[in-house]
Design a protein around this ligand. Sequence first.
Ligand code: HEC
Ligand code: HEC
Ligand code: HEC
Ligand code: HEC
Length: 191
Amino acid sequence: MKKLALVLILLGVFLLVLSNFVLSQEKPKTEQKAFKYIGTFKCKLCHNTPQKGKVYDWWAAEKHSKAYGTLANEQSKNIAKGMGIADAQKSEKCLVCHVTGYNAPAAQKDVKYSMVEGVTCEACHGPGEAYQAMKYMKDPILAAKEAGLIKPTNEVCITCHNKKSPTYKAFKFEEAVKLIKHGPPPPVKAS
Ligand code: HEC
Ligand code: HEC
Ligand code: HEC
Ligand code: HEC
């Protein structure tokens, strides 16, 4: 009797391990396809008219677009020196947050991608290869579902705005978002 119980237990354990294995193999792919980073050139073509709030010009004048350049200034040189880094513009320790998609594989970077552009649209909205097509741009819900358009929530910001930043300043999403407000102006109400 005891032997049978032992065999049954062992069989149970075996089935449990097996089913876990099978499940792990069949896990639905929740990860999205790795779309390419295409740089700001395409976005500028469509997002720089007055009706669209001249979003590109806003970004080009705003600090995220300067983030790579910042790594060459005096403050950066001092920070780098203190950390034993020879050149902040060449160090992963700085580039991970001062350019777009630094750790993405080379295959995910289009020829138009350049680190020099700093923290671009795609750092917040996701790599644009697919969603920049009009079919998706006119349907943000579909774009998010199929083409990798990201809604820039707090989680997106704090991948960079966190205590690993040597100059970290407390980050409050609601306030920070107001400081980077852009996008098409609200429609003018007919009076
Ligand atoms: C072919 C033109 C075109 C290109 C290229 C393009 N967009 Fe758009 N985009 C649009 C249009 C049209 C809309 C619809 C809303 C509007 O009229 O502003 C839109 C909407 C958006 C929205 C708002 C989505 C929402 O939730 O309402 C975001 C964000 C956006 N684009 C980002 C980008 C980024 C980033 C790029 C470059 C990677 C890009 N777009 C390239 C035409 C374009
Ligand atoms: C890829 C990293 C990265 C992401 C993602 C990111 N930021 Fe930043 N942010 C930076 C860096 C780097 C700077 C400093 C740039 C500089 O001064 O050179 C900065 C600066 C800022 C500033 C100060 C700009 C100014 O004009 O004073 C604000 C506000 C800000 N970010 C808000 C946000 C918000 C809100 C989000 C999310 C929607 C976000 N950031 C996402 C890296 C990032
Ligand atoms: C974890 C992400 C992250 C890393 C890593 C990082 N930074 Fe930054 N950096 C930021 C963010 C976000 C800001 C803007 C606000 C802040 O300081 O929190 C910023 C701002 C700066 C500023 C401007 C500060 C100011 O007061 O205007 C300098 C200079 C700077 N970083 C240099 C560096 C150097 C040099 C390195 C590498 C040794 C580095 N950063 C690494 C995220 C990062
Ligand atoms: C630092 C992060 C960040 C960067 C860089 C950035 N955006 Fe945004 N963008 C946001 C956030 C946050 C919103 C507000 C989203 C919301 O209200 O849901 C937004 C809103 C928008 C909207 C309006 C969406 C709407 O619902 O009306 C458009 C269009 C847009 N961004 C395009 C761009 C383009 C084009 C660029 C580059 C030239 C760019 N963004 C750069 C974070 C960013």
